[in-house]
Write a protein that binds this ligand. Structure first.
Ligand code: ARG
Length: 273
């Protein structure tokens, strides 16, 4: 059954571990190209099976992390706020994402001047509010500027663990009142703010967080994660969701999983706009 969900993905043709910009990446643990391809195809198919449509970005030689389309931009209605990556290695992706999003019909704006901003990796809507992870990859002031410009409420969340360097590695809104999270990735104040603003927070343990349980793609009631997150899946099933798993081990080597490999173009499931 077709759904209105629209995604942007980039095939892993030139994917690989060519540099180390997060603690998961180790050039001595290269990704298996064939396996990465098969895993990406399987995720792509699971998303198509939900009825979603998927636009594809053209892979570019020399840009191994282009596969992580969540980092292209923050999408809000017809606008896309382009990322400005912290690391030089990923800055070369920016012009490709700009072209791609322009071709898709978005009004593309640059990230706030002088600020690092890593798109939907660090900025996720839960209801009308934008929850924004800062300090490791994105700047707090950049988030403020974007929210003021879009006229939306913002809740900044400091990320304190280098393994959970993007907000989407430790937090996943399911709907306006429900989210998955990994508490130790936030400071006590961040945890307090999350419990004050979201009614039902599903905490994952360290083992499943390490398998990127929080890096889930949500389409309607379907929630897709990397394999090996049984406790989260049980918690989701108990709440009426249909959890699905697919092995994304080759992408975990780069510090990414299901959510990172996608950018929702029509608003994340939990976004209320
Ligand atoms: N190697 C990439 C990086 O460190 C992985 C990005 C994962 N993307 C995400 N949205 N968490 O930037």
């Amino acid at each position: 059954m077709p759904s209105s969900a629209r995604f942007l993905m980039c095939p892993p043709e030139y994917y690989g571990i060519e540099y180390e910009i997060n603690p998961w990446m180790d050039r001595r643990q290269p990704a298996d190209q064939q396996q990465a391809n098969a895993q990406w195809q399987a995720l792509h198919q699971l998303l198509l099976d939900t009825g979603a449509s998927i636009a594809l970005a053209e892979p570019q030689k020399g840009l191994p992390d282009l596969v992580f389309s969540a980092n292209a931009a923050l999408v809000y209605q017809q606008r896309a706020i382009l990322s400005h990556f912290l690391h030089e290695q990923r800055q070369a992706e920016q012009p490709y994402w700009e072209c791609c999003l322009t071709d898709l019909g978005f009004e593309v704006d640059p990230a706030p001047t002088g600020m690092s901003f890593e798109g939907a990796g660090d900025a996720l809507f839960c209801g009308k509010t934008l929850f924004a992870g800062y300090r490791i990859r994105s700047d707090a002031l950049g988030h403020q500027t974007i929210a003021a410009d879009l006229g939306i409420p913002l809740i900044p969340l400091e990320l304190i663990d280098d393994y959970y360097y993007h907000l989407d590695t430790c937090f996943c809104p399911l709907n306006a009142n429900q989210a998955i999270y990994f508490p130790p990735a936030f400071d006590p104040y961040g945890r307090q703010v999350l419990s004050q603003t979201i009614d039902d927070l599903i905490a994952v343990d360290a083992e499943e967080a390490g398998r990127f349980a929080c890096n889930a793609v949500v389409v309607g009631k379907t929630v897709i994660t990397n394999s090996g997150c049984p406790q989260l899946h049980e918690a989701l099933a108990g709440r009426g969701y249909e959890p699905q798993e697919t092995d994304l081990s080759e992408f975990v080597k780069a510090g990414g999983s299901a959510k990172c490999l996608t950018l929702r173009l029509d608003g994340e499931e939990a976004a209320d706009w």
